[in-house]
Design a protein around this ligand. Structure first.
Ligand code: KG4
Ligand code: ZN
Length: 333
């Protein structure tokens, strides 16, 4: 089945053409320059930028896939969670495309899309899988026992992991988005240089908390500055990153133990983090578990993951009516 995937939940216009489990094209138009000077995504600017980029991105995606509109067998679009104005640009475009081509429309949960990226990365993968979903807005562990069915086993009680990366990067003067900047800087630093708290690490539940870590790092930086002591930025980045990764690894593999699910998939924008990717694969190998880490272009927001989730649901006979709206706080499952 050949499906157009549309993702506009935040600041990336993601348009892709996917055929079954093969990515034919995956166009991602980022808006970094637009938001950088504000230090974060400005919703109104983001939705206006989606309006400008979405049509050319669709043309490019069809072109690169070597198909035309009449080859499409469905349109999949993110309906939430995300920024309402941004979501509505994608949803309106998807509805118009489906209506004019007389093909089915399918609305997709953004988080389900992130998990489905793993099935594009490894076409032999089958549920059940355990997913660590880490993004700018979410940090959760979910069990997917079959496609489209999810049980959230734990989640952050305050900040998302990506949010913590972005806030500390901002405090360090590394700009926006912060995750990739910390990742890059940390490559030259020592992860054991400074010891920061690992909240909830030893608690039996599968929840996370990152706001204490953020406060601890900021307080520590201020104290150092007040004492006139130099801070090694690379060591700081590596030590902070390690604190986040330690908790994510521990909780994910605790969930694998508790559920008996022996396949772990990494999902969401923070899954682009090189340290998290390496530690996930290592830990999986040590424990004899299968770990799937999608390529970076399938981890950060993209249309291919939405098309993949849509193909599942369309093949299942599901359809979304053309009067669907968007839900900024849509839950998984
Ligand atoms: O999934 P995503 O693209 O958008 C949301 O749905 O939120 O995730 C964006 C988040 C941002 O917080 C960004 O800083 C983070 O993912 N991120 C990273 C890396 N690349 C992106 N965090 C750590 N290391 C990275 N390499
Ligand atoms: Zn995302």
């Amino acid at each position: 089945m050949l499906v157009l995937g549309i993702e506009t939940s935040c600041d990336e216009t993601g348009i892709a053409v996917v055929e079954d489990r093969t990515v034919r094209s995956n166009i991602i138009t980022a808006q970094i320059d637009l938001h950088a000077r504000f230090g974060g995504v400005v919703p109104e600017l983001a939705s206006r930028a989606h309006v400008m980029t979405i049509t050319p991105a669709i043309e490019q995606a069809l072109d690169e896939a070597g198909v035309t509109r009449k080859d499409l067998e469905g349109v999949a679009v993110t309906i939430g969670p995300g920024l309402i104005g941004c979501l509505l640009v994608g949803v309106a475009t998807a509805k118009a495309t489906a209506a004019t081509l007389d093909i089915p429309l399918i609305g997709v949960n953004h988080l389900e899309g992130h998990i489905e990226a793993a099935f594009l990365e490894d076409p032999t993968l089958e549920p059940p899988v355990l997913a660590l979903i880490v993004s700018g807005g979410h940090t959760m562990i979910a069990a997917m026992r079959e496609h489209g069915s999810f049980e959230v086993l734990g989640q952050t009680i305050d900040d998302a992991a990506g949010e913590a990366f972005d806030k500390i990067a901002r405090f360090m003067g590394l700009g926006f988005p912060g995750g990739p900047a910390i990742d890059k800087l940390a490559a030259d630093g020592r992860a054991d240089a400074y010891r920061f708290p690992r909240a909830m690490l030893h608690e039996p539940n599968l929840d996370f908390s990152f706001s204490g870590l953020k406060t601890a790092v900021i307080r520590w930086m201020r104290e150092r500055e007040a004492l006139g002591e130099a801070i090694d930025a690379a060591d700081l980045a590596a030590s902070f990153q390690e604190a986040i990764v330690d908790v994510q690894i521990a909780k994910t593999f605790k969930a694998a133990e508790q559920t008996g699910i022996d396949t772990v998939v990494l999902a969401g924008g923070v899954a682009a983090n090189s340290r998290l990717r390496a530690r996930m694969l290592d830990e999986g190998e040590k424990r004899g578990l299968r770990v799937v880490v999608p390529r970076v272009s399938l981890c950060t927001d993209n249309g291919a993951m939405i098309a993949a989730a849509g193909i599942r649901r369309l093949a299942d006979g599901q359809r979304t009516p053309l009067d669907i709206g968007a839900d900024p706080s849509l839950l998984l499952g």
